[in-house]
Ligand binder design. Structure first.
Ligand code: CTP
Ligand code: CA
Length: 225
């Protein structure tokens, strides 16, 4: 008997994790984006890997080091993230930690938009991006057994998140407060509440890596029941 054998309760399980922002092009030099660092998604992917899961990480543009022993697929836009996710199905676990841009330019200019010299300011029409989490969560034979979403909120956190969980049909939703004074979005720490149909659980402010480990413990429990 090898007492040093690692404890791998998620071995044999597959996991899909999205992380980071998406960048939506406006012209060859400009994009719409957001402040997501990717840290929370990467930390979750790493702790699922450490628990033995076979992890695919679909990542927007971030400045993090690609983790070992995780399949990393780099994308830019929401549409590319959706396509990459759909290609990975079926999986057992999906964690959608990415801060997906809600809108993209309806038409992307293939030439740089120039200042005209007069006071005319350019304006662009936007169109809505597909909702990746809602797409993955739709009831169908390939739906992952456990779908976890995030809710980035600035006000009425729990109410907004609960509505979001139901609308998107995910099993758990992880609520975080993205007011700039919390330094959560783009920062190294997080403080979250996890909502499910059966209740709520709070994780005190901690490094995003620790939040990833705590979430992984809950995921392990889910599969042991
Ligand atoms: N999400 C997604 N695809 C989108 C938008 C969001 O998969 N086009 C996912 C995020 O990865 C996150 C969850 O949905 O897991 C909630 O994202 P959030 O931005 O909080 O919610 P929205 O539904 O976009 O609503 P709003 O931004 O208006 O609060
Ligand atoms: Ca959004």
């Amino acid at each position: 008997e090898n007492h040093l054998a690692p404890y791998r309760p998620l071995s044999g399980r597959t996991a899909l994790v999205t992380a980071g922002p998406t960048y939506e092009p406006i012209d060859p030099v400009r994009f719409l984006g957001n402040y997501s660092s990717g840290r929370q998604g990467y930390a979750i992917a790493e702790s699922l890997r450490d628990a033995g899961a076979d992890v695919t990480l679909i990542s927007g543009p971030v400045s993090l080091i690609p983790p070992d022993n995780i399949r990393v697929i780099s994308i830019q836009t929401a549409q590319e993230m959706l396509n990459a996710c759909l290609e990975m199905l079926p999986v057992d676990i999906a964690v959608m930690a990415a801060a997906v841009a809600d809108w993209r330019a309806k038409e992307v200019s293939n030439q740089k938009i120039k200042k005209t010299g007069d006071e005319k300011i350019p304006s662009f029409e936007l169109t809505t991006n597909p909702d990746i989490l809602a797409t993955i969560s739709r009831p169908n034979p390939h739906r992952p057994k456990l779908v976890i979403g995030f809710a980035a909120e600035t006000n009425d956190l729990l109410d907004n998140a609960d509505t979001k969980r139901k609308r998107k049909n995910c099993d758990w939703i992880i609520v975080n407060d993205v007011n700039p004074d919390t330094k959560i979005m783009g920062g190294v720490e997080n403080e979250v509440t996890i909502l499910s149909s059966s209740g709520k659980q709070h994780f005190e402010r901690a490094d995003k890596k620790e939040i990833g480990r705590l979430l992984t413990k809950d995921i392990i429990q889910f599969f042991n029941h």
